[in-house]
Ligand binder design. Structure first.
Ligand SMILES: Nc1ncnc2c1ncn2[C@@H]1O[C@H](COP(=O)(O)OP(=O)(O)O)[C@@H](O)[C@H]1O
Ligand SMILES: [Mg+2]
Length: 311
């Protein structure tokens, strides 16, 4: 008997930002009116949701992306990258003129500093009618971000009706209704800058305390300082970042989210999910590029074994 494809289960279904990043490596940042040769150039997939889903897939999760793409090169590239990583693209919607977010990243090779120019032309939220009860019921964990607030609110609502946990990455406080979305998130994982803006607290532990009320888990990440978290509004704990030789921190936060979501979907507790996410993000920091450096479960396991010997 042929299995009914609609009954397939995903561990993590994601909605949100997918980007195509064109990295241009130059000898120094261009001055006004200057002509400057590009030394090397590289195209990579990125985005909060995009990289989180790839990270979850590398950890062995069955993942899927629901977004709107068109027929241009950037859309093709995004689809190809997802397919290569095993991210299921069947929930995607095809629409003429739709595109992922496109970034030109100018990297000064002498300092490692980068400037990012991005365009959201053609980036659209999935329309309400594709976010059905049937779609959402097929996942064990739902991921959303601030780039698709309306879709996120609808998806979260449906997820809650099925007892499916909702994980979010929010980076911008000024997007309409983003605070409304924040209120319905079960596992809120945000960077310190967002947490500061939304709570007015500079201390990450104080920000966690303010944001953790009535949700399963709140995590505030602070780069090489690690993260602070609280489960169900309980005691705030600090998890230091692993000390690693850092090469490139692009995508660390996205990898953290994806690893956390994969762990949650397979039934790990929140503190275990945070430990694995902290390890996944640290390993990523030791490798160049956004998605390229994302570790698989085996690499994370051996990294954690080594760290346990050191601890
Ligand atoms: N330099 C680093 N060394 C080790 N781990 C890091 C480093 N930077 C980030 N991480 C890990 O990645 C997590 C998320 O990073 P952060 O910079 O807060 O997010 P974002 O990339 O969204 O700005 C941190 O909590 C930490 O665990
Ligand atoms: Mg981030």
């Amino acid at each position: 008997m042929i299995a009914d494809p609609t009954s397939a289960r995903w561990d993590v279904l994601g909605f949100g930002a997918v980007t195509v990043d064109d990295l241009l490596y130059v000898d120094h940042h261009p001055l006004p009116d200057e002509k400057l040769q590009v030394r090397t150039q590289q195209r990579e997939g990125g985005g909060l949701a995009g990289t989180a889903l790839v990270a979850a897939a590398r950890l062995g999760a069955q993942t899927a992306y629901c977004g709107v793409l068109g027929e241009d090169d950037l859309s093709h590239f995004t689809r190809q990258e997802f397919e290569r990583e095993g991210v299921d693209c069947t929930p995607m919607v095809q629409r003429a003129g739709a595109r992922p977010i496109h970034s030109i990243v100018i990297v000064d090779q002498s300092t490692g500093q980068r400037s990012i120019l991005f365009s959201r032309d053609g980036f659209v939220e999935p329309p309400g009618e594709v976010i059905t009860d049937e779609l959402i019921a097929r996942c064990r964990a739902l991921f959303v971000d601030h780039t698709i607030v309306h879709a996120g609110l609808r998806a979260a609502d449906l997820a809650h009706a099925h007892g499916i946990p909702v994980i979010a990455d929010l980076e911008q406080t000024t997007v309409p209704r983003v605070l409304e979305l924040m209120r319905v998130i079960d596992h809120l994982i945000v960077g310190i800058r967002f947490a500061e803006r939304v709570t007015g607290e500079h201390d990450p532990a104080a920000a966690v305390r303010r944001l953790s009320e009535s949700r399963a888990c709140c995590v505030v990440t602070a780069g090489q300082q690690g993260c602070w978290y609280s489960e169900r509004g309980g005691q705030v704990r600090h998890v230091p970042a692993f000390k690693v030789p850092v090469v490139d921190t692009t995508g660390c936060g996205d990898v953290f989210h994806g690893a956390y979501a994969a762990c949650l979907a397979r039934g790990d507790g929140m503190s275990q999910a945070i430990r694995v996410a902290t390890a996944a993000a640290a390993i990523k920091a030791t490798r160049p590029g956004g998605r390229n450096g994302i570790p698989n479960q085996m690499t994370i396991d051996s990294f954690l074994r080594e760290q346990n010997l050191v601890d």
